[in-house]
Unconditional design. Structure first.
Length: 167
């Protein structure tokens, strides 16, 4: 809807659809970004800073920077919502990477890449997203151990339609 380039980096605004699933994403946080959800259809179940919250049509959920959260759709229909990030930083490139990997079948059933790709991606996008556990310093140590192996086998930190060729 609005890219970081279109808003001088102030905001990324995207339309999202989450199908119903029992799979839950890993708890994560955005260290420099507010994340806002505006529900337009269906429901999402959020876990925000240890508290559970259901969001339905018309609800706006705002998650401040540095607050651990996750969400999924436990409902009976697809959930539609607008997701926004303030500021945009490079989170659009993170989403693009995950969409390319998903389209190529390189994510597991929970929507995550293998540990070698994860290491490269999360190190590259450390200003945009971090896992809630373990703490970021320990994650960086672990990811820096796996990243050279990922590079050695040809994985990248950023994927787009032009750069993917079976890696």
């Amino acid at each position: 809807m609005k890219t970081g380039a279109e808003t001088n980096g102030a905001q990324l605004s995207i339309e999202c659809i989450s199908p119903m699933t029992p799979e839950r994403e890993k708890s994560h946080y955005h260290p420099y970004q507010e994340n806002r959800f505006t529900m337009t259809k269906g429901q999402l179940l959020f876990h925000i800073d240890g508290k559970e919250q259901v969001a339905s049509v018309g609800d706006i959920i705002s998650i401040p920077k540095n607050v651990p959260h996750s969400f999924y759709n436990p409902g009976l229909e697809d959930a539609h919502y607008v997701q926004e990030f303030f500021p945009a930083l490079n989170i659009d490139r993170l989403f693009e990477s995950f969409f390319v990997l998903a389209r190529e079948g390189k994510l597991n059933k929970s929507g995550a890449p293998n540990i070698f790709r994860t290491a490269l991606i999360l190190l590259h996008f450390e200003k945009e997203i971090r896992l809630a556990q373990p703490n970021w310093m320990l994650q960086k140590i672990i990811f820096n151990l796996f990243a050279p192996i990922g590079r050695l086998v040809g994985y990248k930190a950023v994927y787009n339609q032009v750069t993917t060729h079976n890696n």
